[in-house]
Design a protein around this ligand. Sequence first.
Ligand code: HEM
Length: 512
Amino acid sequence: MAPFTILDSDGPYASSKFIIALLVLVAYFIFGVVRNLFFHPLSKIPGPPAWSASRLPFIWSLLRGTLIHDVEKLHRKYGPVLRIAPDEVTFAGEEAYQDIFQIRPDGKQFLKDAVWWETQPGLPETILSAINPDAHSHIRKIFAPAFTPRALRDQEPILQRYINLLVERLRDQIVVGPERKSARVDLVPWLNFTTFDIIGDLGFGDSFDCLQNSRYHPWTKLLFSSVKAATWVASARFYPLVEFLLMKCIPPSLMKTQTDHYNRIANKVQQRLNFEVQRPDILSDVLKDGKETLPIGEVNSTFMILTTGGSETTATLVSGTLNYLVQCPQKLSKLTREIRSRFQNDSEITLDALRDLPYLNAVINEGFRMCPPVPWVLPRRVPEGGGAVCGVWLPERTPVSIQAYTMSRDPTYFHSPSSFEPERWLPEASTNPQSPFFKDRRGAVQPFSVGPRNCLGQHIAMAEIRLMLSKLVRTFDFEVIEEAKVKWEDLRVFLLLEKKPIEVNIKLSEVA
Ligand code: HEM
Protein backbone atom coordinates (compact mmCIF):
# COMPACT_ATOMS: atom_id res chain seq x y z
CA MET A 1 0.00 0.00 0.00
CA ALA A 2 1.29 3.47 -0.88
CA PRO A 3 2.33 5.35 2.24
CA PHE A 4 -0.27 8.18 1.86
CA THR A 5 -3.26 6.08 0.77
CA ILE A 6 -6.37 7.02 2.73
CA LEU A 7 -9.00 4.33 2.96
CA ASP A 8 -12.27 5.85 1.95
CA SER A 9 -14.93 5.44 -0.74
CA ASP A 10 -13.24 7.82 -3.25
CA GLY A 11 -9.95 5.89 -3.15
CA PRO A 12 -6.70 7.49 -4.37
CA TYR A 13 -8.51 10.60 -5.70
CA ALA A 14 -9.62 11.57 -2.20
CA SER A 15 -6.18 10.93 -0.78
CA SER A 16 -4.53 13.24 -3.33
CA LYS A 17 -7.08 15.95 -2.41
CA PHE A 18 -6.13 15.46 1.23
CA ILE A 19 -2.42 15.73 0.42
CA ILE A 20 -2.97 18.91 -1.59
CA ALA A 21 -4.96 20.43 1.25
CA LEU A 22 -2.20 19.48 3.66
CA LEU A 23 0.48 20.96 1.41
CA VAL A 24 -1.50 24.18 1.04
CA LEU A 25 -1.78 24.41 4.81
CA VAL A 26 1.94 23.78 5.33
CA ALA A 27 2.81 26.31 2.59
CA TYR A 28 0.46 28.84 4.19
CA PHE A 29 2.10 28.28 7.58
CA ILE A 30 5.64 28.61 6.13
CA PHE A 31 4.63 31.71 4.19
CA GLY A 32 3.24 33.21 7.44
CA VAL A 33 6.42 32.38 9.36
CA VAL A 34 8.67 33.90 6.65
CA ARG A 35 6.49 37.02 6.42
CA ASN A 36 6.40 37.43 10.22
CA LEU A 37 10.15 36.98 10.58
CA PHE A 38 11.39 39.08 7.66
CA PHE A 39 8.68 41.28 6.14
CA HIS A 40 6.39 42.23 9.05
CA PRO A 41 6.41 45.92 10.17
CA LEU A 42 7.62 44.66 13.59
CA SER A 43 10.34 42.40 12.21
CA LYS A 44 13.14 44.72 13.42
CA ILE A 45 11.96 44.51 17.04
CA PRO A 46 14.04 42.07 19.11
CA GLY A 47 12.45 38.82 20.21
CA PRO A 48 12.89 35.06 20.10
CA PRO A 49 12.30 33.78 16.55
CA ALA A 50 9.68 31.21 17.62
CA TRP A 51 7.58 33.87 19.40
CA SER A 52 8.01 36.38 16.55
CA ALA A 53 7.00 33.77 13.97
CA SER A 54 3.80 32.48 15.57
CA ARG A 55 1.35 33.27 18.39
CA LEU A 56 1.53 29.67 19.66
CA PRO A 57 4.49 29.98 22.12
CA PHE A 58 2.72 32.95 23.74
CA ILE A 59 -0.51 30.99 24.12
CA TRP A 60 1.28 27.94 25.50
CA SER A 61 3.04 30.05 28.11
CA LEU A 62 -0.20 31.87 28.97
CA LEU A 63 -2.17 28.66 29.50
CA ARG A 64 0.56 27.17 31.69
CA GLY A 65 0.39 30.26 33.93
CA THR A 66 4.08 31.07 33.37
CA LEU A 67 3.85 33.95 30.91
CA ILE A 68 5.24 36.68 33.17
CA HIS A 69 8.15 34.45 34.20
CA ASP A 70 8.95 33.36 30.66
CA VAL A 71 8.76 36.94 29.42
CA GLU A 72 11.07 38.07 32.25
CA LYS A 73 13.72 35.63 31.01
CA LEU A 74 13.24 36.85 27.44
CA HIS A 75 13.61 40.50 28.49
CA ARG A 76 16.90 39.67 30.20
CA LYS A 77 18.13 38.25 26.91
CA TYR A 78 16.61 40.65 24.36
CA GLY A 79 16.28 43.93 26.31
CA PRO A 80 13.37 46.09 27.49
CA VAL A 81 11.48 46.17 24.16
CA LEU A 82 10.36 42.69 23.20
CA ARG A 83 8.29 41.17 20.42
CA ILE A 84 6.24 38.46 22.14
CA ALA A 85 4.02 37.52 19.20
CA PRO A 86 4.07 38.31 15.47
CA ASP A 87 1.97 41.45 15.98
CA GLU A 88 2.59 42.30 19.67
CA VAL A 89 5.28 44.19 21.58
CA THR A 90 5.78 44.32 25.34
CA PHE A 91 7.83 46.78 27.39
CA ALA A 92 9.89 46.57 30.55
CA GLY A 93 10.78 50.28 30.69
CA GLU A 94 9.53 52.77 33.27
CA GLU A 95 8.58 55.33 30.58
CA ALA A 96 6.06 52.86 29.15
CA TYR A 97 3.65 53.76 31.99
CA GLN A 98 3.52 57.33 30.74
CA ASP A 99 3.51 56.39 27.04
CA ILE A 100 0.83 53.68 27.18
CA PHE A 101 -1.50 54.61 30.03
CA GLN A 102 -1.64 58.41 30.11
CA ILE A 103 -3.70 60.42 27.64
CA ARG A 104 -1.37 61.79 24.93
CA PRO A 105 -1.00 65.54 24.26
CA ASP A 106 -3.10 65.08 21.07
CA GLY A 107 -5.92 63.63 23.23
CA LYS A 108 -5.60 60.11 21.82
CA GLN A 109 -5.47 57.13 24.16
CA PHE A 110 -4.09 53.61 23.92
CA LEU A 111 -7.41 51.81 24.45
CA LYS A 112 -7.91 48.46 26.15
CA ASP A 113 -7.37 45.51 23.79
CA ALA A 114 -10.70 43.89 22.85
CA VAL A 115 -9.07 40.42 22.81
CA TRP A 116 -8.92 40.63 26.58
CA TRP A 117 -11.76 42.96 27.45
CA GLU A 118 -14.61 42.56 24.97
CA THR A 119 -17.74 41.67 26.93
CA GLN A 120 -19.42 38.43 26.03
CA PRO A 121 -22.62 38.87 23.99
CA GLY A 122 -25.61 39.64 26.19
CA LEU A 123 -23.57 40.76 29.22
CA PRO A 124 -23.62 44.46 30.12
CA GLU A 125 -20.38 46.48 30.15
CA THR A 126 -18.50 47.13 33.36
CA ILE A 127 -16.16 49.85 34.53
CA LEU A 128 -13.25 47.45 33.85
CA SER A 129 -14.36 46.14 30.45
CA ALA A 130 -15.72 49.29 28.77
CA ILE A 131 -13.30 50.05 25.93
CA ASN A 132 -14.86 53.19 24.51
CA PRO A 133 -13.44 56.12 26.53
CA ASP A 134 -16.78 57.97 26.72
CA ALA A 135 -18.66 54.87 27.92
CA HIS A 136 -15.93 54.20 30.47
CA SER A 137 -15.69 57.72 31.84
CA HIS A 138 -19.48 57.81 32.20
CA ILE A 139 -19.43 54.72 34.45
CA ARG A 140 -16.31 55.88 36.31
CA LYS A 141 -17.82 59.31 37.05
CA ILE A 142 -20.82 57.66 38.68
CA PHE A 143 -18.76 55.30 40.85
CA ALA A 144 -15.94 57.74 41.69
CA PRO A 145 -17.57 59.56 44.66
CA ALA A 146 -17.62 56.28 46.62
CA PHE A 147 -13.83 55.94 46.29
CA THR A 148 -12.53 59.32 47.43
CA PRO A 149 -10.40 59.83 50.57
CA ARG A 150 -13.43 61.62 52.00
CA ALA A 151 -15.70 58.61 51.44
CA LEU A 152 -13.01 56.49 53.07
CA ARG A 153 -13.43 58.41 56.33
CA ASP A 154 -17.05 57.15 56.54
CA GLN A 155 -15.98 53.65 55.50
CA GLU A 156 -13.22 53.29 58.13
CA PRO A 157 -15.47 51.84 60.89
CA ILE A 158 -16.47 49.00 58.52
CA LEU A 159 -12.83 48.21 57.74
CA GLN A 160 -11.97 48.31 61.46
CA ARG A 161 -14.86 45.97 62.33
CA TYR A 162 -13.82 43.19 59.92
CA ILE A 163 -10.12 43.49 60.62
CA ASN A 164 -10.83 43.24 64.38
CA LEU A 165 -12.88 40.15 63.61
CA LEU A 166 -9.96 38.69 61.64
CA VAL A 167 -7.68 39.21 64.65
CA GLU A 168 -10.28 37.61 66.92
CA ARG A 169 -10.66 34.58 64.65
CA LEU A 170 -6.90 34.06 64.51
CA ARG A 171 -6.73 34.39 68.32
CA ASP A 172 -9.31 31.58 68.48
CA GLN A 173 -6.84 29.33 66.67
CA ILE A 174 -4.40 29.60 69.56
CA VAL A 175 -5.16 27.51 72.59
CA VAL A 176 -3.98 29.71 75.44
CA GLY A 177 -2.97 27.64 78.46
CA PRO A 178 -0.59 28.05 81.38
CA GLU A 179 2.27 28.19 78.90
CA ARG A 180 1.88 30.38 75.81
CA LYS A 181 0.92 28.19 72.88
CA SER A 182 1.21 28.77 69.19
CA ALA A 183 -0.90 27.75 66.21
CA ARG A 184 -0.04 26.80 62.66
CA VAL A 185 -2.32 28.74 60.32
CA ASP A 186 -2.68 29.17 56.58
CA LEU A 187 -3.02 32.95 56.19
CA VAL A 188 -4.47 32.90 52.68
CA PRO A 189 -8.09 31.93 53.43
CA TRP A 190 -8.29 34.21 56.48
CA LEU A 191 -7.09 37.23 54.51
CA ASN A 192 -9.43 36.38 51.65
CA PHE A 193 -12.38 36.01 54.06
CA THR A 194 -11.62 39.47 55.44
CA THR A 195 -11.32 41.36 52.17
CA PHE A 196 -14.33 39.57 50.69
CA ASP A 197 -16.49 40.44 53.73
CA ILE A 198 -15.32 44.03 53.59
CA ILE A 199 -16.22 44.48 49.92
CA GLY A 200 -19.64 42.90 50.52
CA ASP A 201 -20.36 45.32 53.33
CA LEU A 202 -18.85 48.37 51.65
CA GLY A 203 -20.57 47.51 48.38
CA PHE A 204 -24.09 46.45 49.32
CA GLY A 205 -24.23 46.97 53.07
CA ASP A 206 -24.26 43.20 53.57
CA SER A 207 -21.26 41.04 54.48
CA PHE A 208 -20.60 37.65 52.92
CA ASP A 209 -20.08 36.29 56.48
CA CYS A 210 -16.92 34.40 55.59
CA LEU A 211 -15.19 35.42 58.84
CA GLN A 212 -18.34 34.76 60.84
CA ASN A 213 -18.62 31.23 59.47
CA SER A 214 -14.86 30.69 59.05
CA ARG A 215 -15.35 29.44 55.52
CA TYR A 216 -15.38 30.62 51.90
CA HIS A 217 -18.64 31.83 50.41
CA PRO A 218 -19.57 29.62 47.39
CA TRP A 219 -19.00 32.65 45.16
CA THR A 220 -15.31 32.89 45.90
CA LYS A 221 -14.60 29.52 44.32
CA LEU A 222 -16.58 30.56 41.29
CA LEU A 223 -14.67 33.82 41.02
CA PHE A 224 -11.28 32.08 41.01
CA SER A 225 -12.34 29.53 38.39
CA SER A 226 -13.91 32.19 36.16
CA VAL A 227 -10.63 34.15 36.11
CA LYS A 228 -8.85 30.99 34.94
CA ALA A 229 -11.54 30.35 32.32
CA ALA A 230 -11.07 33.92 31.03
CA THR A 231 -7.48 32.98 30.14
CA TRP A 232 -8.78 30.19 27.88
CA VAL A 233 -11.35 32.44 26.24
CA ALA A 234 -8.69 35.10 25.56
CA SER A 235 -6.34 32.48 24.07
CA ALA A 236 -9.08 31.25 21.75
CA ARG A 237 -9.82 34.81 20.60
CA PHE A 238 -6.50 34.91 18.73
CA TYR A 239 -8.03 32.37 16.32
CA PRO A 240 -11.66 33.26 15.44
CA LEU A 241 -12.44 29.68 14.32
CA VAL A 242 -11.15 28.28 17.62
CA GLU A 243 -13.15 30.88 19.53
CA PHE A 244 -16.27 29.95 17.58
CA LEU A 245 -15.76 26.25 18.34
CA LEU A 246 -14.92 26.91 21.99
CA MET A 247 -18.09 28.93 22.45
CA LYS A 248 -20.08 26.09 20.87
CA CYS A 249 -18.42 23.56 23.18
CA ILE A 250 -18.96 25.38 26.46
CA PRO A 251 -21.11 23.01 28.52
CA PRO A 252 -24.58 24.43 29.29
CA SER A 253 -23.87 23.82 33.00
CA LEU A 254 -20.95 26.28 32.86
CA MET A 255 -23.06 28.88 31.08
CA LYS A 256 -25.72 28.37 33.75
CA THR A 257 -23.19 28.84 36.54
CA GLN A 258 -22.16 32.13 35.01
CA THR A 259 -25.74 33.31 34.62
CA ASP A 260 -26.55 32.19 38.18
CA HIS A 261 -23.59 34.18 39.44
CA TYR A 262 -24.73 37.29 37.63
CA ASN A 263 -28.30 36.78 38.92
CA ARG A 264 -27.07 36.44 42.49
CA ILE A 265 -25.26 39.76 42.26
CA ALA A 266 -28.31 41.32 40.61
CA ASN A 267 -30.51 40.00 43.46
CA LYS A 268 -28.14 41.33 46.05
CA VAL A 269 -28.17 44.74 44.40
CA GLN A 270 -31.97 44.59 44.14
CA GLN A 271 -32.38 43.56 47.80
CA ARG A 272 -30.18 46.44 48.80
CA LEU A 273 -32.22 48.84 46.65
CA ASN A 274 -35.32 47.79 48.55
CA PHE A 275 -34.12 49.10 51.89
CA GLU A 276 -32.40 52.20 53.19
CA VAL A 277 -29.09 51.55 54.94
CA GLN A 278 -28.30 53.43 58.12
CA ARG A 279 -24.85 54.30 56.88
CA PRO A 280 -23.47 54.97 53.41
CA ASP A 281 -22.23 52.16 51.16
CA ILE A 282 -20.87 52.26 47.61
CA LEU A 283 -24.31 51.63 46.15
CA SER A 284 -25.81 54.61 47.96
CA ASP A 285 -23.14 56.84 46.42
CA VAL A 286 -23.87 55.41 42.98
CA LEU A 287 -27.58 55.96 43.39
CA LYS A 288 -27.16 59.47 44.72
CA ASP A 289 -25.16 60.61 41.74
CA GLY A 290 -26.33 58.43 38.91
CA LYS A 291 -29.88 57.33 39.62
CA GLU A 292 -31.21 58.14 36.16
CA THR A 293 -28.09 57.66 34.11
CA LEU A 294 -26.61 54.18 34.61
CA PRO A 295 -28.60 51.14 33.45
CA ILE A 296 -29.07 48.62 36.25
CA GLY A 297 -27.26 45.95 34.18
CA GLU A 298 -24.06 48.01 34.24
CA VAL A 299 -24.43 48.62 37.98
CA ASN A 300 -24.81 44.86 38.55
CA SER A 301 -21.85 43.92 36.32
CA THR A 302 -19.61 46.52 37.88
CA PHE A 303 -20.45 45.15 41.33
CA MET A 304 -19.53 41.71 40.02
CA ILE A 305 -16.09 43.12 39.11
CA LEU A 306 -15.71 44.91 42.43
CA THR A 307 -16.24 41.70 44.40
CA THR A 308 -13.25 40.08 42.69
CA GLY A 309 -10.99 43.08 41.97
CA GLY A 310 -11.68 44.60 45.35
CA SER A 311 -10.96 41.53 47.46
CA GLU A 312 -8.56 39.10 45.83
CA THR A 313 -5.90 41.74 45.04
CA THR A 314 -5.67 43.19 48.54
CA ALA A 315 -5.53 39.74 50.13
CA THR A 316 -2.70 38.80 47.75
CA LEU A 317 -0.60 41.80 48.74
CA VAL A 318 -0.97 41.14 52.48
CA SER A 319 -0.31 37.38 52.04
CA GLY A 320 2.78 38.05 49.93
CA THR A 321 4.16 40.70 52.26
CA LEU A 322 3.71 38.51 55.35
CA ASN A 323 5.29 35.61 53.46
CA TYR A 324 8.43 37.74 52.89
CA LEU A 325 8.38 39.19 56.41
CA VAL A 326 8.41 35.81 58.16
CA GLN A 327 11.33 34.79 55.96
CA CYS A 328 13.23 37.99 56.90
CA PRO A 329 12.98 38.06 60.74
CA GLN A 330 15.07 41.24 61.08
CA LYS A 331 12.69 43.22 58.89
CA LEU A 332 9.72 41.73 60.72
CA SER A 333 11.07 42.78 64.13
CA LYS A 334 11.82 46.29 62.85
CA LEU A 335 8.20 46.59 61.75
CA THR A 336 6.97 45.03 64.99
CA ARG A 337 8.97 47.55 67.04
CA GLU A 338 7.57 50.46 65.06
CA ILE A 339 3.96 49.32 65.49
CA ARG A 340 4.14 48.23 69.13
CA SER A 341 6.02 51.31 70.30
CA ARG A 342 3.60 53.63 68.52
CA PHE A 343 0.31 52.06 69.69
CA GLN A 344 -0.42 51.17 73.31
CA ASN A 345 -3.68 49.46 72.37
CA ASP A 346 -5.58 48.43 69.25
CA SER A 347 -8.09 51.26 69.38
CA GLU A 348 -5.27 53.77 68.75
CA ILE A 349 -4.65 52.15 65.35
CA THR A 350 -6.52 54.44 62.98
CA LEU A 351 -5.99 55.26 59.34
CA ASP A 352 -4.80 58.75 60.21
CA ALA A 353 -2.21 57.39 62.62
CA LEU A 354 -0.95 54.79 60.14
CA ARG A 355 -0.53 57.03 57.16
CA ASP A 356 2.87 58.37 58.19
CA LEU A 357 4.55 55.33 59.77
CA PRO A 358 7.77 55.16 57.71
CA TYR A 359 8.67 51.51 58.09
CA LEU A 360 5.11 50.20 57.68
CA ASN A 361 4.74 52.13 54.43
CA ALA A 362 8.18 51.03 53.25
CA VAL A 363 7.24 47.39 53.92
CA ILE A 364 4.02 47.81 51.92
CA ASN A 365 5.86 49.38 48.97
CA GLU A 366 8.38 46.57 48.99
CA GLY A 367 5.48 44.10 49.14
CA PHE A 368 4.06 45.70 45.99
CA ARG A 369 7.45 45.44 44.29
CA MET A 370 8.05 41.80 45.15
CA CYS A 371 4.50 40.43 44.90
CA PRO A 372 2.39 42.66 42.64
CA PRO A 373 -1.26 41.60 43.10
CA VAL A 374 -1.98 42.40 39.42
CA PRO A 375 1.12 40.95 37.75
CA TRP A 376 -0.94 40.91 34.55
CA VAL A 377 0.31 43.01 31.67
CA LEU A 378 -2.64 45.41 31.12
CA PRO A 379 -2.88 44.98 27.31
CA ARG A 380 -3.67 48.00 25.13
CA ARG A 381 -3.71 48.92 21.39
CA VAL A 382 -1.74 51.70 19.70
CA PRO A 383 -4.21 54.44 18.60
CA GLU A 384 -5.05 55.52 15.08
CA GLY A 385 -2.05 57.00 13.22
CA GLY A 386 0.50 54.99 15.25
CA GLY A 387 2.44 55.96 18.34
CA ALA A 388 5.74 55.68 20.18
CA VAL A 389 6.42 53.71 23.35
CA CYS A 390 9.85 53.97 25.03
CA GLY A 391 11.05 55.74 21.88
CA VAL A 392 9.95 52.93 19.52
CA TRP A 393 7.43 53.85 16.82
CA LEU A 394 4.61 51.34 16.34
CA PRO A 395 1.90 51.09 13.69
CA GLU A 396 -1.71 51.75 14.71
CA ARG A 397 -3.64 48.87 16.34
CA THR A 398 -0.43 47.10 17.47
CA PRO A 399 -1.15 45.32 20.76
CA VAL A 400 1.22 46.55 23.51
CA SER A 401 1.63 45.72 27.17
CA ILE A 402 3.82 46.36 30.20
CA GLN A 403 5.92 43.96 32.28
CA ALA A 404 5.76 45.23 35.87
CA TYR A 405 7.05 41.89 37.16
CA THR A 406 10.19 42.09 34.99
CA MET A 407 10.92 45.71 35.95
CA SER A 408 10.59 44.98 39.67
CA ARG A 409 13.28 42.35 39.40
CA ASP A 410 15.56 44.19 37.01
CA PRO A 411 19.10 44.59 38.45
CA THR A 412 19.56 47.79 36.42
CA TYR A 413 16.49 49.24 38.16
CA PHE A 414 16.92 47.96 41.71
CA HIS A 415 19.88 47.22 43.95
CA SER A 416 19.59 43.57 45.17
CA PRO A 417 16.35 43.15 43.22
CA SER A 418 15.61 39.66 44.55
CA SER A 419 15.89 40.63 48.23
CA PHE A 420 13.05 41.95 50.33
CA GLU A 421 14.49 45.35 51.36
CA PRO A 422 11.90 47.82 52.70
CA GLU A 423 14.83 50.21 53.39
CA ARG A 424 14.87 51.13 49.69
CA TRP A 425 11.59 53.00 50.27
CA LEU A 426 12.64 55.00 53.36
CA PRO A 427 12.97 58.75 52.67
CA GLU A 428 16.78 58.70 53.19
CA ALA A 429 17.25 56.11 50.42
CA SER A 430 16.36 58.72 47.81
CA THR A 431 18.26 61.63 49.41
CA ASN A 432 21.48 60.02 50.64
CA PRO A 433 23.92 59.17 47.81
CA GLN A 434 25.65 56.71 50.21
CA SER A 435 22.52 54.55 50.37
CA PRO A 436 22.86 51.40 48.25
CA PHE A 437 19.29 52.09 47.09
CA PHE A 438 19.94 55.70 46.04
CA LYS A 439 19.75 54.90 42.34
CA ASP A 440 16.72 52.60 42.55
CA ARG A 441 14.03 53.42 39.95
CA ARG A 442 11.14 53.53 42.43
CA GLY A 443 8.83 55.02 39.75
CA ALA A 444 8.88 51.64 37.98
CA VAL A 445 6.59 50.23 40.69
CA GLN A 446 3.04 51.33 39.84
CA PRO A 447 0.82 48.63 41.37
CA PHE A 448 -2.38 50.61 40.77
CA SER A 449 -1.34 51.68 37.25
CA VAL A 450 -1.64 55.31 36.10
CA GLY A 451 -3.89 57.44 33.89
CA PRO A 452 -7.65 57.45 33.35
CA ARG A 453 -7.95 53.66 33.83
CA ASN A 454 -5.93 53.40 37.03
CA CYS A 455 -7.30 51.65 40.10
CA LEU A 456 -10.38 53.36 41.44
CA GLY A 457 -10.20 51.46 44.73
CA GLN A 458 -6.61 52.31 45.66
CA HIS A 459 -7.43 54.37 48.78
CA ILE A 460 -9.62 51.58 50.13
CA ALA A 461 -6.94 49.01 49.26
CA MET A 462 -4.17 50.97 51.02
CA ALA A 463 -6.40 51.47 54.06
CA GLU A 464 -7.17 47.74 54.33
CA ILE A 465 -3.52 46.81 53.89
CA ARG A 466 -2.23 49.25 56.52
CA LEU A 467 -4.87 48.21 59.04
CA MET A 468 -4.45 44.48 58.47
CA LEU A 469 -0.66 44.48 58.69
CA SER A 470 -0.45 46.72 61.73
CA LYS A 471 -3.16 44.95 63.75
CA LEU A 472 -1.79 41.51 62.94
CA VAL A 473 1.78 42.43 63.77
CA ARG A 474 0.77 44.12 67.03
CA THR A 475 -1.28 41.14 68.25
CA PHE A 476 0.79 38.19 67.06
CA ASP A 477 4.39 37.05 66.90
CA PHE A 478 4.83 35.42 63.49
CA GLU A 479 7.33 32.67 62.78
CA VAL A 480 8.33 30.92 59.60
CA ILE A 481 7.69 27.18 59.20
CA GLU A 482 10.79 26.03 57.32
CA GLU A 483 9.20 23.10 55.50
CA ALA A 484 6.18 25.22 54.39
CA LYS A 485 8.12 28.17 52.94
CA VAL A 486 6.58 29.56 49.74
CA LYS A 487 8.71 30.96 46.96
CA TRP A 488 6.60 33.72 45.40
CA GLU A 489 8.40 33.43 42.06
CA ASP A 490 7.05 29.88 41.67
CA LEU A 491 3.39 30.90 41.75
CA ARG A 492 1.47 30.80 38.50
CA VAL A 493 -0.52 33.68 37.02
CA PHE A 494 -3.88 33.40 35.27
CA LEU A 495 -4.68 37.11 34.90
CA LEU A 496 -4.49 37.12 38.72
CA LEU A 497 -2.03 35.25 40.88
CA GLU A 498 -2.83 31.66 41.85
CA LYS A 499 -1.99 31.65 45.54
CA LYS A 500 -0.76 28.60 47.44
CA PRO A 501 -1.23 28.11 51.20
CA ILE A 502 1.01 30.39 53.25
CA GLU A 503 1.44 28.58 56.54
CA VAL A 504 3.07 30.29 59.50
CA ASN A 505 3.21 29.87 63.28
CA ILE A 506 1.46 32.54 65.30
CA LYS A 507 1.72 33.28 69.04
CA LEU A 508 -0.01 35.96 71.07
CA SER A 509 2.43 38.83 71.48
CA GLU A 510 3.44 40.21 74.86
CA VAL A 511 1.36 43.34 74.26
CA ALA A 512 -1.80 41.52 73.12
C1 HEM B 1 -3.78 45.93 46.33
C2 HEM B 1 -4.94 45.98 45.78
C3 HEM B 1 -5.24 46.42 44.37
C4 HEM B 1 -4.43 46.51 43.27
C5 HEM B 1 -2.94 46.20 43.19
C6 HEM B 1 -5.24 46.98 42.18
C7 HEM B 1 -4.74 47.20 40.90
C8 HEM B 1 -5.51 47.66 39.85
C9 HEM B 1 -5.00 47.88 38.51
C10 HEM B 1 -3.57 47.65 38.06
C11 HEM B 1 -6.03 48.34 37.76
C12 HEM B 1 -5.98 48.72 36.28
C13 HEM B 1 -6.44 47.56 35.41
C14 HEM B 1 -6.27 47.80 33.92
O1 HEM B 1 -5.79 48.82 33.49
O2 HEM B 1 -6.61 46.88 33.16
C15 HEM B 1 -7.20 48.39 38.62
C16 HEM B 1 -8.44 48.80 38.21
C17 HEM B 1 -9.54 48.89 39.05
N1 HEM B 1 -9.58 48.58 40.40
FE1 HEM B 1 -8.03 47.95 41.54
N2 HEM B 1 -6.51 47.15 42.62
C18 HEM B 1 -6.57 46.84 43.95
C19 HEM B 1 -7.66 46.92 44.79
C20 HEM B 1 -8.89 47.39 44.43
C21 HEM B 1 -10.00 47.58 45.33
C22 HEM B 1 -9.98 47.30 46.83
C23 HEM B 1 -11.05 48.04 44.58
C24 HEM B 1 -12.45 48.39 44.99
C25 HEM B 1 -12.93 48.37 46.19
C26 HEM B 1 -10.58 48.17 43.20
C27 HEM B 1 -11.33 48.62 42.15
C28 HEM B 1 -10.85 48.81 40.87
C29 HEM B 1 -11.67 49.30 39.78
C30 HEM B 1 -13.14 49.68 39.85
C31 HEM B 1 -10.86 49.33 38.63
C32 HEM B 1 -11.25 49.76 37.22
C33 HEM B 1 -10.90 51.21 37.02
C34 HEM B 1 -11.23 51.74 35.65
O3 HEM B 1 -11.08 51.03 34.64
O4 HEM B 1 -11.65 52.90 35.60
N3 HEM B 1 -9.26 47.77 43.16
N4 HEM B 1 -6.86 47.98 39.88
